[in-house]
Design a protein around this ligand. Sequence first.
Ligand code: AHG
Ligand code: MN
Ligand code: MN
Ligand code: MN
Length: 334
Amino acid sequence: MGIQTLEQFISKQQSKFPTAKGEFTHLLQAISLAAKMVNREVNKAGLADILGKQGKQNVQGEEQQKLDVFADQHFMDALEKVGDCCYLASEEHEEGIDLTHQTFYPVGKYMVYFDPLDGSSNIDANVSIGTIFSIFKRVSPEGPLTMADFEQTGRQQVAAGYIIYGSSTMLVYTTGKGVNGFTLDPSIGEFCLSHPNLLIPSTGRTYSVNESNYNQFSTAIKQYLQYCKDMDKETQRPYTSRYIGSLVADFHRNMIQGGIYLYPDTMAYPNGKLRLMYECNPLAFIAEQAGGRASTGLMPILDIMPEELHQRVPLIIGSDKMVKMVEWFIHEYS
Ligand code: AHG
Ligand code: MN
Ligand code: MN
Ligand code: MN
């Protein structure tokens, strides 16, 4: 049967909807193009003058890395040019960019939120990093964007995905009909279907959390972490601990092998550290589409009504049974 490229795959999906105008296809092509450019830079990061800090802080108060800025510019540029978007928002910008006000490129109906480079503190150490994206469709028909366009929960995402720049580079995405993974074949410069219909194992043996925050965790989370370490033959505990510190990489490993990732609230981050619109929502959509679960511990991530662009929420995500177990601990100890 041979290989199937991302472009061929998207066109085939699109052909099932004869009324579709191909805008969504273009959008994913733009994301794939920007991803290839970032991949090229990430791969030669040690050679080029691209490693290290930019010398500026972003809106999050974090030190921006040169690759944060490079990735942000390339995704912004590709998404603006494609002409199918009306709004773009990135971790690296305080405000989202309303494209309905500009006349240079055509304006479309899609709103894209993205984390151009996830795990950027790991870049200089050659550790896997990623990009995360979330796509909504505006609900107002045309003209200026309205509150209703911004007040959409994660369940209303039309697509979401991530790219992992790892030992190989992969693009994983969903449009709400399952999850498919594509591996970049550098010899032809194409993402090729390698993981059709990805499913997260319903349970696993890996837990992933920044345990240096242990003293700041709630009793429920402390008790759950003790549960992970306790001996039990039936559930194969103690579990094993893995924490890369790149959300995309930790999430991807758990997608493939089964496991759970937690970033609960701490003293430094009373609502958790991770951002709803461009980290938690897209990964939650993928997790649910792959048969997994994503929760704050009290409610599904996908049901949170956003209040602000850079809003942070606690994230517990991964294998269905493992996330349910944390929810049980939270219910029991709160
Ligand atoms: P980003 O690099 O996009 O700012 O995201 C950083 C996030 C995420 O990738 C990672 O899982 C988490 O921060 C790690 O935080 P800690 O260093 O506090 O564990
Ligand atoms: Mn950052
Ligand atoms: Mn991130
Ligand atoms: Mn980032």
